[in-house]
Write a protein that binds this ligand. Sequence first.
Ligand SMILES: Cc1ncc(COP(=O)(O)O)c(C=O)c1O
Length: 485
Amino acid sequence: MDVSEFREFGKAVVDHIADYWESLPNRHALPVVKPGDIAKSLPSKAPVKGEHWEEILKDIDSIIQPGLTHWQSPNFHGYFPSGHSFPSIVGELLTAGFGCMAFNWMGSPAGTELEITMMNWLGQALGLPQYFLNCDEGPGGGVIHGSASEAVLVALLAARDKTLNSFINKQNGVRRSNLRENLVAYTSDQANSCIEKAAKIASVTIKQLKTHNCQLRGSTLRDEIFKDKANGFVPCIVIATMGTTGTCACDCLDEIGQICKEENIWFHIDAAYAGSAMICPEYRPFMGGVELSDSINVSPHKWMLVNYDCTATWFRDHRYVIDSIGVKRVYLDDQSSEYGIDYHNWQTPLGRRIRSIKLWFVLRSYGIEGIQRYIRNHVALAKYFEQLVNTDSRFEVCSSCMGLVSFRLKRRNSLTELLLKTIIDDGKYYYTPYKIGNKFVIRFAVCTRITKSEDIKNAWNAIVDYTNTMQWDLNGTHNGFIKSI
Ligand SMILES: Cc1ncc(COP(=O)(O)O)c(C=O)c1O
């Protein structure tokens, strides 16, 4: 493919994406395919001779698009938002177009320096403590990771090795391997699965502490640390969540941070979703205690209009990260050490794209005010949904925070399970389940940039219709319609 063909192909694809977006309001959230359908439509071997781009693009229409789950449809309410916007798509395109590897300064000076600047812009916009910013004086700094999973893993590795090193320095003769077995990390029973995974990769025991109203309290943490220390365990990190995946609950950051400070334990905050809301000053009280943290991750690829992948991670002292996972090679050595930041040593892979371009485009196109409007609109839409649920006495709202509401049909879980199955089988709407204690609930997240209040009203009307017509058979003896409970 030469440059002139690339121009044609690229323009056709941009038109294609624009058409897709125009079609989204009328699309069902879920595709009508069975497992294996897509794979069967594809040849089993790669073509020997190259094909024309028009042939390839046709197959996007005929094979791929019918198999897409439409995360950007206003009928999609599963998980959390998957950040997306036109400036961000174009930023991605440019990053791919430049094809640079910005793992050290020389790999792309613009890549490193734009990222440093974007992390400062974003850190300031979110009201994070000054010590997190990239600056000449302090050891703090921010980096763009691919995902919250990577951010948590890197923080955990840094905390693990900081703890090991300080213990070994204090207690001469202690073997690293013996100590490692005794390390323990803490999080809550509501924390995202990626935290357990990070602990598995880092070979650190993780305790998922009991929550009250889905929040981790300082007293629970304190009791556990006390017991563990008495039994010879060595606490190395507490990973709190601001905005849990299940209900968007926020752990008591100030209580937890205080304990971490007293006990000299690394304090990390996973704010993958809710962290973006800190761009609105009225939500900053959720973040009380952040000034005690050692690291924090926020994912603009969730709730700040930036396409996956873009997780912003800040460290109070990035030198612990480098001590833990940093490596040196002659072929990686360049002027960057003089500049101060070799980003490959702040992350798990070596290679890295310039992810900061899409973040830059979003921050400049929307401005802080535009992003604030977007976040506030999502919160207002979720509130509207909550009000609609409260109009029907068969239902109860089980949690509501920011852009996420969870609800259920009162009484038996099996009713709500059946309702969710009925909705998903129909395919127009998509919701994901959760369990709050013993209650099975449906999570309703406001996900897309194009969701309007009439979409919320339609979604609620559809829930009522599904419920009215749903036949239920709880114990095999009764078949009826849920008109009242
Ligand atoms: C609170 C929280 N933390 C972490 C994650 C993992 O995010 P990622 O896919 O970026 O690793 C999620 C995903 O939904 C989340 O909700």
